[in-house]
Design a protein around this ligand. Sequence first.
Ligand code: PLP
Length: 399
Amino acid sequence: MLLRNPNISRLKAGYLFPEIARRRREFAALHPAAKIISLGVGNTTEAILPHICSALVEGAGALGKQETYSGYMDEGLEQLRKQISAVYYGGKFCVDEIFISDGSKCDIGRLQLLFGKEARVCVQDPSYPVYVDGSVLIGAALDWEGEGYGSICYLPCTADNGYFPDVRKISKNSLVYFCSPNNPTGAAATREQLAVLVKRALETESVIIYDAAYSEYIRDASLPKTIYEIDGSQECAIEVNSFSKSAGFTGVRLGWTVVPKVMKFSGGESVNKDWSRIMATIFNGASNIAQAGGIAALDEEGLKEIRKLTDFYLENAALIRQAVQKLGVKCVGGDNSPYIWANFGKEDSWEVFSRILEKCHVVTTPGSGFGPAGAGFIRFSAFGRRFDIQEACRRLANY
Ligand code: PLP
């Protein structure tokens, strides 16, 4: 039999969410009467709103008629790419710079193919685990501890630095993953902070992979919704985004990646051309049904529905925040993001996770699963039915 890819054994034991699911199953088996509520994962719970949903239905219907049937659509529908450029980037990108995908996670996993295993990877600490695990899989990073070769450079984002890292840690030719609003801390970077990040990336000839999956949750009008609001970012930043958390497309699967044409590798080659080549090689386009939904999501009515849906989850976030604060636990987030980041001090995150599960029958996410600086923290997710959120908030008082 063939040898196993050694990078797989370098992954941190169990990806975070399957591990949470395993512990939940174990608890449920021991306590079959417990009505467990999950505030643990970032999965959406609310039905897709009517205008967007009817476009999905129509998209499916079009496939059943000879006149409107369509097959492969490769880079994505031009109309959708134009709308994304207009709605999110003030029309500054042409359609060839916007690549439609089956979601941002899939693109995050594929993007590292652009840079290979030599890239020095920097991540916000804590951050969405896919950045590190994707890097480990490609052989660019050894493990969470970053021992030995190709180590991960952690950029701690803590209460002390306002959840924005010291960018001086970014060294030459780094690949920097940056997520704002951040999962898990909920911190949304200011314009000034992003300008500092872009300046450092340009100085060090580094590339930023900017994850804007939660940009539709930003309510503070002074906060940038995209890295391309910052001068110079087109030379050094690739942005990924998605309809998952804005339109409830977690199961529909639709996202996009912006790769500006002005971006060049150190040898002068076009990053945009290489991304196009990679996508043409290992991706065959997003579902045309999903794209029909995406087009509707970005028209006037659809944008109202996005606002309504994200408002709903932000209201959940406010309830959770209040309940956590009532325990005397300090927390941040939940105002421009659907995540609340709660500081339980020196206690081990998995122990706090277990205690909340045992005492409240509520599933959360242990902060240490997002990186070393997450130790002692718990992430509460605002994705849930309102009655579940209310009940979970009542039960948290038992903690
Ligand atoms: N980026 C971040 C920060 C996320 O939290 C998630 C999902 O939870 C994703 C990307 C993936 O989203 P998608 O459904 O578009 O793959």
